[in-house]
Design a protein around this ligand. Structure first.
Ligand code: TXE
Length: 515
């Protein structure tokens, strides 16, 4: 076990008076550490430090800030075992799941934002020819750091979905306070230790451990909020942000559909269905949550998926390559998974693989495949967020599309066909923020491709230009160099100048035929 244990102590503001939160290893049931639950006055103190530190950090060049991020990247490379140990031990996920996303995503993101932040945030010149009132003036868009960024994270990816969102905020010149999930706070504390060792000035990045009350207190102090979690809490968070009139970006739940057309590469589609529904124990906001298969290939697809899922090894991770599917990280989540499977079975679904909580130590739910499902069942309409794969037979892709869009969610989706033109055409009709053709989830690694939900799956995006500009204040500059003593539209109004202006407007906008 890594050294972020017992008394996780890199937390500033831990006055010791606050209640402590025990951190459990979900794969073994052991308590592996405790962290403080910060009270509102301690959050206020963190915010004060953050605001004190931010101007000097913002005054550095992109290159200088990038240097700290590059150092952190090297730190991650040098400390890979320790990082993966902390993530696996507090989440119960496999080494491979921790390596691919929490580690792999973040180590790449540090370099990406170090390199790209300047380009995304460079001053932009916009043309002034579109209105005579501003013609010839210099028009500039500037992206200034917003100040203090609050990030509230979930438990499913303790580094990627928490610290990962802090990186562009730091690159943009902000200070950041991260409130990790109370279920998995140790990874974020390790990231704070890393940033400190890599020379980030004190106060620029701080971790505020605690539960929802600590998160609510944080919203009272920040200038912008990035939240990842449930739709229910997302609504609460947005109300609090509205009270303060601060921008708020939300990445919430999903019920991502997979549409398998009859001409798909079935082998690849079946491998992908098993992997993208079960990786990270299915606890992925962009997990394949439901599948629609065109009738001619349904039986073949189900047989392949069933074989794949039956072969999965599950248990407490005991090193690299030891198991395929890990534990259920969040205690109440296993009740949700059980409830969804039982509800489906009661309404006529058949379980082909799994279908039970595993007895013994740790919190595990068997990788589960269900068929004969329909939209009256929770497993097809509510986020399950577990190792389940319900598969539904459809007459054609049009029906699949109708069912795919029959949801309040709209995070991601995938379409599988050898006819990529048709696949892309179908993808454009899916109501989701991201749609992959012959792929799933991997778009998250494309850091220059925005990712965010439609409908109840969220607001705003991470990644790409919008993923860093959301941590800035846009300032527009208009600079006039050469100008007459008095412009045509200024006082005093006169008949002659008004008529001249009117002729100009008619000349500019009144020519040409209209249909
Ligand atoms: O999320 P919450 P939970 C989904 C998944 C899961 C469900 C609930 O379906 O079953 O969400 O998970 C903090 N003000 N996802 O209960 O409550 C909280 O401390 C400010 C999808 O963990 O949304 C934690 O840090 N903050 C998701 C964070 O919000 C508050 C990943 C998320 O908690 C708060 C995980 C408040 N009032 C679960 N209340 C995804 N999109 O990837 C709580 N928090």
């Amino acid at each position: 076990m890594a050294s972020v244990t017992e008394e996780a102590s890199v937390q500033p503001g831990d006055g010791g008076a606050a209640a402590r939160i025990a951190v459990e290893n979900p794969a073994t049931g052991e308590t592996i550490g405790t962290v403080p639950s910060l009270a509102p006055d301690e959050i206020a103190e963190l915010a004060r430090r953050a605001r004190e530190a931010q101007p000097a950090w913002a005054a550095l060049s992109f290159e200088d800030r990038g240097r700290v991020l590059y150092r952190a990247q090297k730190w991650m490379v040098d400390n890979i075992e320790r990082i993966i140990d902390v993530v696996t031990s507090e989440s119960g996920k496999t080494h491979e799941d921790a390596q691919l996303a929490d580690y792999g995503y973040t180590v790449g993101a540090l370099g990406f934002w170090a390199k790209e932040a300047e380009g995304y945030l460079a001053d932009e010149r916009v043309p002034s020819w579109n209105n005579p009132v501003v013609a010839g003036k210099r028009l500039i868009i500037r992206y200034a750091p917003i100040g203090l960024v609050g990030v509230i994270g979930p438990w499913n990816y303790p580094i990627a979905n928490s610290f990962g969102d802090c990186i562009p905020a730091l690159a943009a010149g902000n200070s950041v306070i991260l409130k990790p999930s109370e279920v998995t706070p140790l990874s974020s504390l390790l990231m704070a230790e890393m940033m400190h060792e890599c020379g980030l000035p004190d106060g620029v990045f701080q971790v505020a451990t605690g539960d929802g009350r600590t998160g609510a207190a944080l919203i009272d102090h920040v200038d912008v909020l990035m939240f990842t979690g449930s739709t229910k809490t997302g609504r609460t968070v947005m109300k609090a942000a509205a009270e303060r009139l601060i921008p708020c970006y939300l990445e919430l739940g999903g019920k991502d559909p997979m549409i398998v057309c009859a001409d798909a590469d079935l082998e690849r589609a079946a491998n992908a269905a098993a992997f993208y529904s079960m990786n990270n124990g299915g606890q992925v906001c962009i997990s394949v949550e439901r599948v629609y298969v065109e009738e001619p290939v349904y039986d073949q697809f189900v047989a392949k998926v069933t074989d794949n899922v039956r072969a999965l090894r599950q248990g407490a991770p005991a090193g690299i390559g030891s198991v395929d599917v890990g534990a259920v990280t969040f205690p109440p989540q296993i009740e949700t998974v059980e409830d969804h499977v039982q509800d489906a079975v009661q309404k006529g679904a058949r379980v082909l693989v799994g279908g039970h909580r595993r007895p013994g130590a740790g919190r595990f739910y068997e990788p589960t495949v269900l068929v004969d499902v329909d939209h009256s069942m929770k497993i097809m309409s509510e986020e399950t967020f577990g190792p389940t794969l319900p598969i539904m037979k459809v007459p054609d892709a049009e029906e699949a599309l109708r069912l795919a869009n029959d949801t309040t969610y709209g995070l991601q989706a995938s379409v599988w066909t050898r006819n990529v033109e048709r696949g892309e055409a179908l993808a454009r009709r899916v109501e989701a923020g991201v749609v992959c053709v012959n792929d799933a989830q991997v778009n998250y690694s494309a850091l220059n491709l925005p990712m965010g939900g439609w409908k109840s799956s969220g607001l705003g995006t991470r990644h790409g230009a919008t993923g860093i500009r959301k941590y800035t204040k846009t300032q527009s500059l208009l600079v006039t160099r050469l100008a007459p003593k008095r412009d045509l539209h200024m006082f005093p109004y006169s008949r002659r100048r008004t008529k001249a202006l009117r002729r100009l407007l008619k000349f500019l906008y009144g020519r040409g035929k209209r249909a």
